[in-house]
Design a protein around this ligand. Structure first.
Ligand SMILES: [Zn+2]
Length: 459
């Protein structure tokens, strides 16, 4: 049954740009039919080009509130590890109510920027002293409620975090709010499964935090437990973000982190390797061929001084990738994609490194690859305007100066590389308009609460 429809003079479909596209949307929020060269009939006309909304495959929502607080030079050598100390100090105070306020604000910003679904890699589980809340899923439910309120699509990924370093080292005080053993962790996963079950706006999976935070035994227990709940649910893990992590992993196992996972986990399309920055040529080739998705977060990786992902070799090997805003130092799919290419240009002193013979438009390769990889990593039918996929779409502003006069084949290049004006005018998630004319209905109330939360947190 068709619930609503939209007519687009220009729309990006799986086969490329198409003209006069009628998009018919079912009551379930999925596309029922997508027909090019159609008549508009009674369907409302999109006032600009239509593209699929971008999945954001990696987020720690609460970190939005500390973006900008860690850009001051310290007395020593600033690195990922000193940033992490700032984050731990911040986390110590955050209440569930404040976490919900921050997530709501973040999701409004994401929607307005063109992200229509997010994978929340959620590790802030417990009270500041490490005791579980009366409801084990208290913090997770705040994130889910923020997604419901704002209209954001969500794959919730509770994090298994048990240890402070490779080989089961004891966790530190700053990590108390994150910790679970596999048994309690799986109770949390089950509660989340029950909370989102049957709602097509949501999905769930799990995220073993990193090889620093699990042991082979706890990792195995979590994977088996997830399979019992949903054998298709996605699996995300931070991996090889920092060289110190690579060295520590070699000290522990004799292998590098990606190498260890390639040999010890049953890799495949359910897996998302977040960062995977530091890989040898052999690891890059093997990961590209494994069917897993690389979860790339170029602005966070730049901000934290992580390094540059070996994208040309990975793409040449057929590797899948998606993008995430991770620490939310930037909330813009355009900026993530631009920096994915610019990192390569700066290190290799060449141009247009991620385009190719099959598709010379770098913007098109970046946008379409990130749609497909993001959809795969979130385990939901996303990323295409096609029957059965969620009706998650963006209407671009035809009057945005960077887009004016661009033919179809240059539109995504111009959007990604040619300016800082946000070109996203309207945003639909699951068949429902959540942003109209750059405005979200709840943005004023959500911002007011966010301001109050920040005042409390920085007092
Ligand atoms: Zn992360």
């Amino acid at each position: 049954m068709t619930e609503c429809s939209l007519f687009a003079e220009r729309a990006l479909l799986p086969d490329g740009w198409s003209r006069d596209v009628l998009i018919e949307i079912g009551a379930d929020g999925a596309c029922a039919a997508v027909t090019p060269d159609a008549a508009a009939g009674a369907a409302p006309r999109a006032p600009g080009p239509v593209v699929p909304g971008m999945p954001n495959l990696h987020s720690h929502a609460f970190q939005r509130a500390m973006a900008g607080l860690a850009e001051r030079a310290g007395p020593g050598d600033d690195s990922f590890w000193t940033w992490r100390e700032v984050m731990y100090r911040f986390v110590r105070r955050l209440t569930p109510e404040q976490a919900g306020a921050v997530a709501s604000q973040l999701f409004v910003e994401m929607l307005k920027a063109g992200y229509t679904a997010v994978g929340e890699f959620h590790y802030l589980h417990h009270e500041p002293d490490g005791r579980p809340y009366g409801d084990l899923a208290e913090m997770s439910r705040r994130v889910i409620a923020a997604a419901r309120r704002t209209g954001m699509g969500l794959t919730h990924l509770p994090v298994l975090y048990g240890f402070g370093g490779f080989g089961g080292q004891a966790a530190g005080e700053g990590q108390r709010r994150f910790l679970n053993d596999p048994e309690r962790f799986l109770r949390l996963v089950e509660a989340i499964r029950d909370e989102v079950r049957g709602d097509p706006r949501f999905g769930f999976g799990i995220a073993p935090h990193s090889l620093r935070a699990v042991t082979p035994e706890t990792l195995r227990a979590a994977l088996e437990g997830l399979d019992a709940l949903d054998a298709g649910a996605p699996l995300h893990i931070h991996v090889a973000e920092q060289q110190k992590e690579v060295h520590d992993c070699i000290d522990w196992s004799g292998q590098r982190p990606v190498e260890w996972l390639l040999g010890n986990a049953d890799l495949g399309p359910r897996w998302c390797f977040v960062h995977a920055t530091h890989m040898t040529e052999q690891e890059t080739e093997a990961l590209a061929g494994s069917g897993a998705v690389a979860g790339l977060c170029p602005t966070t990786e730049a901000n934290l001084g992580d390094g540059v992902f070996p994208a040309p070799a990975y793409l040449a090997g057929g590797g899948a990738f998606g993008i995430g805003s991770d620490s939310h130092i930037s909330v813009s799919p355009i900026e993530e994609l631009r920096w994915l290419e610019y990192g390569q240009r700066l290190t290799r002193r060449r141009r247009n490194l991620l385009g190719g013979e099959a598709e010379p438009s770098v913007g098109t390769v970046l946008y379409r690859s990130a749609l497909a990889g993001g959809a795969q990593a979130l385990g939901r039918p996303l990323g295409e305007l096609a029957p059965g996929c969620r009706a998650d779409l963006l209407v671009l502003d035809a009057d945005c100066p960077t887009l004016v006069g661009k033919p179809d084949e240059l539109l995504l290049d111009a959007m990604i590389f040619a300016g800082n004006d946000n070109p996203v005018r309207d945003v639909m998630v699951g068949g429902r308009w959540v942003v109209r004319e750059r405005h979200h209905d709840e943005e004023a109330a959500i911002l007011a609460r966010y301001k109050a939360a920040l005042a409390e947190l920085t007092a």
